[in-house]
Design a protein around this ligand. Structure first.
Ligand SMILES: [Zn+2]
Length: 340
């Protein structure tokens, strides 16, 4: 971090503030900047630009961690996550097939059951806490969204905290299990979250995480154009190496990291567009604006998951595919089990 060359001091980075208040740094000056996110947030290496349709995306040359340079301010984040869709029924809706998947996940925590305390960081609509409670766990949850906390209290999901996971007064060395499902990609600085999780786990306790995999099939093919890298919400894409390094740096020594799942729709869209343009059959359609692509992808994935989870052959196909993705490390989702 500390290397500030004379040249970069002479030419301070030009930054401007966008309409909604993010600090945006031009791509050329970003790499030269000596402050803020000028280095990989995991290993401090200087990154290189990741082609990304103007998203200011970067990839670390050492640990292959991808991240965006547009960092939302604390105020932006507070505004973004205050309701975050949990203030209406549609946003709280959880498809029934998810309950079975969450149930299997909670069952996989059995070996760690001792204090019975389980903490879900970013519990959202509260499905995991609800199911953990029916299996005899003592559920705890943290949320930035006041709407989610209000709804969780209505549902009597357990001990709920509203606010910043890093500073909330939560009992240390107490938890059997801490879950961070699709959380770390949202964080401006993810490593302190992992450190905090380790501090709250008892010795032998488990940290379970899922997050999009920056080096799976979609991440490798689409790079920074992948709609999953989507500021101001999704700011980080972990590789297996950057995830392992982050966990080791905060003191986790027993870690299992693997990949599964494919999100093929956006990839197919790009292949089709390239095929059309290579055949000269008119101009290739530009990649959709990221939000609509993300929504479409998410919608189709839920549909696909729902139909695959519902039929026996579908379930078999899905688990066969996951075995392959686990062996090749090319899945689009990273799964992490780290024991304190
Ligand atoms: Zn790195």
């Amino acid at each position: 971090m500390g290397k500030t060359s004379k040249r970069s001091r002479k030419a301070p980075p030009k930054t401007k503030v966008s309409k909604i208040g993010w600090v945006i740094m031009p791509a050329e000056t970003f790499a030269k900047a000596s402050q803020g996110r000028s280095v990989c947030p995991v290993c401090s290496e200087i990154p290189k630009p990741l082609p990304s349709n103007g998203k200011d995306a970067w990839i670390c040359q050492r640990c292959k961690h991808s991240f965006v340079a547009r960092l939302p301010t604390d105020e932006d984040l507070a505004k973004l996550y205050e309701a975050y869709g949990y203030d209406d029924a549609a946003g709280r809706y959880s498809p029934p097939f998810l309950d079975a998947i969450i149930g299997d996940l909670v069952d996989s925590f059995e070996a760690h059951r001792k204090t019975l305390k389980l903490l879900d960081v970013g519990f959202g609509s509260g499905g995991l806490l609800r199911i953990a409670k029916t299996r005899g766990w003592d559920p705890h949850g943290v949320e930035l969204s006041s709407a989610a906390v209000a709804y969780g209290r209505e549902q009597e999901l357990g001990t709920l905290y509203e606010g910043d996971f890093l500073t909330l007064p939560i009992e240390k060395a107490a938890f059997d299990v801490i879950v961070m499902s699709e959380l770390v990609e949202h964080l401006v600085d993810p490593v302190p979250f992992l450190r905090r999780a380790r501090e709250l786990l008892r010795v032998g306790g488990l940290l379970y995480m899922t997050t999009p995999h920056g080096r799976g099939v979609s991440g490798l093919a689409l790079g920074g154009e992948w709609s999953v890298l989507r500021p101001p919400e999704h700011l980080q894409l972990f590789s297996i190496a950057s995830m392992r390094r982050s966990l080791e740096d905060v003191g986790f020594s027993k870690t299992e990291i693997y990949t599964q799942g494919l999100l093929p729709h956006e990839l197919l869209q790009k292949v089709r567009a390239q095929f059309r343009s290579s055949r000269g059959a008119g101009k290739a359609t530009k990649t959709d604006p990221e939000t609509s692509a993300f929504r479409e992808r998410a919608g189709k994935s839920v549909g696909l998951n729902e139909s695959l989870s519902g039929r026996r052959t579908g379930r078999m196909l899905k688990s066969a595919a996951n075995v392959i993705l686990r062996l090749t490390s090319l899945g689009d989702s990273l799964r992490v089990r780290a024991v304190r």
